[in-house]
Each structure stands twice: as structure tokens, then as C-alpha cells.
Design a protein around this ligand. Sequence first.
Ligand code: PNS
Length: 165
Amino acid sequence: MKSAIYPGSFDPVTFGHLDVIRRAAKIFDGLTVSVLNNKLKTPLFSVEERVKILTEAVKDIPNVKVESFSGLLVDYARSRDVHVVIRGLRAITDFEYELQNAQTNAKLSDGSLDTIFLTTSLEYAYLSSSSVKEIASFNGDISMCVPEFVAELVYKKYGLEKKQK
Ligand code: PNS
């Protein structure tokens, strides 16, 4: 069985992430979406909340599961016996950071962890979790960025009602 891990912060998951998840799930027999529990960052959603949100968002894709991890990605991948990492590339600006991470992970794993990049579909190329949070914090419309139930949870975090169109 060919399995892959799609790691990230997913704070919150966007349509761009979901596009990568759907496409990767078609290529691999099993895909694990892995939420990083990063103690150095202060996320909008706790790791438990992000796992719950993602689980709901991918519930119609049978070969996708969601879990969290902490520490190094290479250690986590080894613990799951997975040798492929999926990452999305939106633009050339993502490339330098992603290339460095991929090469670091290859080195740290003695070549046993490869990274496969899926280019983000054009319609989602502008999307980022950071811009979703910024737009929502000013009560802007994020309906084109995240599923409706996610948008409601994001507005709630900022003490706002759902944006009326
Ligand atoms: O969604 P993000 O924040 O761009 O995801 C980044 C992520 C989680 C893929 C990356 O930060 C990561 O793998 N962190 C785990 C720690 C690690 O293994 N670092 C070494 C690779 S440079």
C-alpha cells in the first residue's frame, strides 16, 4: 500500500489545502493529514480543534485520515513507516522554503523521506491561512477561502457573527 503524509499547520484548513488533499488521495492508497502541534506558535485553533475541523472537512474522502504530531517530521514519518511527504506549492515564493525543508528532511532521514509537490490549482493560488485570519478579524468575507462551517468557527474566534453577504 502506497501511503503519504500531508503535514501542516492548517490554522485553519482552506480550500487550497482541501484541493491538495483530494488530489493526493487520488494518487496514494492512503493519505494522512498531519497537524503539527507546534509549541512555539500561538495558533487561532488548538491542535485538537484543527484535527476535529479537518476530520469533518475530509469525511467524504475514504482513504484520508487526520492526526496530529509533534517534534520532527522525519521521526513522525518513520513511526508511521511512511516515506512520502506531500506539500502544496502556490507560487515561486513558496519554493525556496519548501525546497529547503524537503532537502533537510531527506538529509535527516538518510534519504528515506521524499517530498512530492503538488502545484496548487490556480483558483486557490492566492489563499493562505494567514490571510483568512486577517480578513476574518476585520469581519471581511472568507466564504471563498474556507468551507462554511470553518468560516463560522473562525468568526466565532474573533467574537464576530457570520459575515452577511
Ligand atoms: O503549514 P505549514 O506551517 O507551512 O507547515 C510546516 C510544516 C509543519 C510542514 C513544517 O514546519 C514541519 O514539518 N515541522 C516539523 C518540524 C520539522 O521536522 N522540522 C524540520 C524540517 S525543516
